[in-house]
Design a protein around this ligand. Structure first.
Ligand code: ADE
Length: 247
């Protein structure tokens, strides 16, 4: 998958793209991530990318000329790519959207700064506007990195075992079950017996029940849209009426 990132702070991405899973995926050719400095498309001596808003008021607006030139060029270079503006006015990013974006051939991520971009850019060139949450960041760069990392995990081969993506929190709309490693007893706290039993069917049942329990306890709002079977509904019914510590 090709991902182009358009920003006035290209060095923001140096370290996150050099680390760990994303770096390995780029080295192996699974991801092709290109960071572009918007100033390259400015024509004036001072390489200005913003201007004062018509109508007055505080803050600056990102000018249309460099953004049009840059986005048009990147769209021509990456046919079929979705052009995304990161902004607090966008659709809120979540795991179903992550999965949907994972299927796309390419993304062009436009990082907004200041008060936003000139509306004509949004109208003419932006396919989708995405927010990573209901709060305001200094700019779209942090949000773009969130998109890169979450979408990259969907690309086949990026995460070591395909399994670990399938078992991710939210994969079936539930929170993850708890995890344990050695030692079996630490400061008097024992690992649940079933995980040491070697009985794989029992372990799978325990993990599903604990995922349901965590979701019911911490994020009951997720249950309405979760992918639940008859057995899950029975377990939920039991968990809902039982004491919280019930195993
Ligand atoms: N830019 C500023 N705030 C943002 C947010 N919450 N999501 C995406 N881009 C942003």
């Amino acid at each position: 998958m090709r991902i182009d990132i358009l920003t006035i702070f290209p060095s923001f991405f140096d370290s996150p793209l050099r680390e760990s899973i994303i770096h390995r995926a780029c080295e192996r050719g699974l991801l092709d991530i290109r960071v572009h400095d918007l100033r390259v498309w400015t024509l004036d001596k001072h390489r200005v990318t913003d201007d004062a808003p018509y109508g007055g008021g505080a803050g600056m607006v990102m000018k249309p000329e460099p953004l049009f030139a840059a986005i048009e060029q990147l769209r021509a270079e990456s046919p079929g790519a979705t052009t995304v503006l990161l902004s607090p006015q966008g659709r809120v990013w979540n795991q179903p959207l992550v999965r949907e974006y994972g299927e796309r051939p390419g993304l062009i991520l436009v990082c907004g700064r200041y008060e936003g971009v000139d509306e004509r850019v949004r109208m003419a060139l932006i396919d989708e506007e995405i927010s990573i949450g209901d709060y305001v960041l200094a700019g779209g760069e942090t949000a773009a990195m969130v998109l890169v990392e979450t979408v990259a995990r969907q690309v086949p081969g990026v995460v070591g075992q395909a399994e670990s993506v399938e078992h991710d929190s939210f994969f079936s709309g539930l929170l993850d079950h708890p995890h344990y490693t050695r030692p079996p007893v630490f400061r008097g706290l024992a690992v649940p017996e079933v995980l040491l039993s070697g009985d794989h069917a029992a372990i799978t049942r325990w993990r599903r029940r604990e995922a349901l329990r965590q979701t019911l306890r911490k994020r009951p709002d997720l249950l309405a849209a979760a992918d639940l079977g008859a057995e899950d509904l029975k377990l939920l019914d039991h968990l809902g009426s039982a004491d919280d510590d019930d195993a």
